[in-house]
Ligand binder design. Sequence first.
Ligand code: FES
Length: 103
Amino acid sequence: MSDWIRIAAVEDVPPGTGRELTAAGRVVALFNVEGQFYALDGVCPHAGGPLGEGRLSGRVVTCPWHGWQFDVTSGRHCLNANITHTAFPVRVEDGQVLVELPT
Ligand code: FES
């Protein structure tokens, strides 16, 4: 089961940035890549760092704790093909960003 949950307004996350947000008891890292929104589990799989607070460069976010890098459009680790972080579907409706989260 899953639900679409409003997580932010479009203007809350300008292009080229990310934010750490919470919804349905989860930490979600929301990113805006040239106007397209992408959401990852906000807890870095390495050691729990805040991915939503990482620097976004193009479509790659760098975890602020130890520098692991992920493609935010897929959740794939940039150096280790065996690591794919959880990504959530995102859609925009009426200026609001909705994320589909497991319930
Ligand atoms: S916690 Fe993210 S790289 Fe270590």
